[in-house]
Design a binder for this molecule. Structure first.
Ligand code: UDX
Length: 438
């Protein structure tokens, strides 16, 4: 099919490439000229496993095209996916629909043929209706139907998640749109991926419900980890045991420094706002969101308390800036809270991340950059630091030469906020080892 993708951010880019790999003909549009120019040359604009090869492959085959010319992008497209971001509104955390509204107006003004307009961005219930009315108002001759098709791809495994989905959710209100969306996903459903058609409103809410539920699950295990730390119980064994109960399942039960990323924190608070506007008290969601925010801030205290001496005016090594492994994304990353809280306590940070340094730098105010030094080499970051903190579960950090780390570090203290190291082995080297919930 001829598919147009509006917005080449995380979802737009990875999924545009996936659709091209599945045999569709894809046009990707973005207003950001610099991004499009890079993509046209085969230069990835974000880090995702397998993305670079996919980009090169599809550019060579001419199955994907990147452009800043909307008319050209839309021309003869049968399905148009809006993949622009819906960031949290700074005032109340509700989803900011500015980019989505603009994209709708632009599509409606430039589209010349009949098409299905798909909202892929995460949006509050009722947004598809708003988009539909706006498109009609902008261009009364526009021939289109709507579908809500939320995505569930995790950063770092976005390509794999898209190509092997647990489920594909499509909200439609007529049979023709349903058939068109069946065609879009046929290469996946033929291989057994389940597809579920619902009403548009239901599809919109499935996305928020899923993300908020998973955020609550992680927040819950993090709070149990706090009890473990005060009682001598072991969170890893508890997660394992709970996960063996099929009703609970083992996924998303890993305690850590708190939830980051562009989705869970934002979607939880957006869902709370959806409820509030409907006159409903979404107490559980609000509590989970607040608990998570406090947790990320509290990690600095844990680091300070782990030190054998006062850390004021000294430096610590912080390994991991990305909100999780295998991504360069640092949005809502616990590392940002750690850097800010340590700054308040006049503690310097030697930071290292295999992919996330540039994005981290761009998210920190000047004052924090003054107390943070970034290193391209992990051992350079550790050398002369007081203690070592692991904030992201990168494979690289599991495989460091910890005997060498022992020599380079002033105090022999490791704070492992992801529980990725073997306590016995680390203690055998001579380190004091502090982790989560054990
Ligand atoms: C999430 C959703 O999983 C995905 O379906 C949605 O489309 C986008 O948002 P993502 O933000 O990429 O994906 O990351 P995810 O792997 O879900 O992790 C979110 C946060 O929770 C990370 O900070 C991660 O470190 C943390 N986490 C996750 C835990 O602390 N413990 C876990 O067991 C799992």
């Amino acid at each position: 099919m001829k598919i147009c993708i509006i917005g080449t951010g995380y979802i737009g880019l990875t999924e545009g490439l996936c659709f091209a790999d599945l045999g569709h003909n894809v046009n990707c549009y973005d207003i950001a000229k610099d991004k499009i120019e890079k993509l046209q040359k085969g230069i990835p604009t974000l880090y995702e496993d397998g993305l670079e090869e996919m980009l090169k492959r599809n550019l060579e085959r001419k199955s994907i095209n990147f452009t800043t010319n909307l008319k050209e992008a839309l021309k003869s497209s049968e399905v148009v996916f809006i993949c622009v971001n819906t960031p949290p509104n700074p005032k109340d955390g509700s989803a900011d629909l500015t980019a989505l509204i603009q994209a709708t107006k632009d599509i409606a003004s430039n589209m010349e043929n009949k098409f299905v307009l798909v909202v892929r961005s995460t949006v509050p219930v009722g947004t598809n209706k708003i988009v539909k009315n706006l498109a009609q108002k902008t261009n009364s001759n526009l021939q289109f139907t709507m579908a809500s098709n939320p995505e569930f791809s995790k950063q770092g495994t976005a390509i794999k998640d898209f190509l092997n989905p647990d489920r594909i959710i499509v909200g439609v209100s007529d049979e023709n749109t349903k058939s068109a969306m069946e065609q879009v996903y046929k290469p996946l459903t033929d291989k057994g991926s389940p597809i579920l058609f619902t009403s548009v409103e239901t599809a919109e809410l499935i996305k928020y419900a899923s993300n908020a539920f998973l955020a609550i699950k992680i927040t819950f295990i993090n709070e149990i980890a706090d009890i473990c730390e005060k009682t001598g119980a072991n969170i890893d064994e508890i997660s394992k045991a709970m996960g063996l109960d099929k009703r609970i399942n083992p996924y998303f039960l890993q305690a850590g420094p708190g939830i980051g990323g562009s989705c869970f924190p934002k979607d939880s608070i957006a869902l709370y706002n959806i409820g509030k506007k409907l006159g409903l008290d979404m107490e559980l969601i609000l509590a989970s969101s607040e608990s998570n925010k406090k947790r990320k801030k509290r990690m600095a205290k844990k680091i300070i308390e782990a030190s054998n001496t006062k850390l004021k005016n000294k430096k610590i090594a912080l390994l991991g800036l990305a909100f999780k492994a295998n991504t360069d994304d640092t949005r809502f990353s616990p590392a940002l809270d750690i850097i800010k809280q340590l700054h308040k306590n006049k503690i310097y940070v030697n930071a290292y991340d295999p992919k996330g340094i540039e994005k981290c730098k761009s998210m920190l105010d000047k004052k924090y950059l003054k107390t943070t030094n970034f290193f391209d080499n992990v051992y350079d970051a550790i050398k002369g630091s007081e203690i070592l903190v692991i904030d992201t579960e990168w494979e690289e950090f599991k495989k460091l030469d910890y005997k060498k780390v022992y020599e380079l570090l002033n105090q022999k203290v490791i704070v492992d906020l992801r529980n990725i190291l073997d306590k016995n082995e680390i203690e055998k080297i001579g380190f004091k080892y502090i982790c989560i919930g054990k």
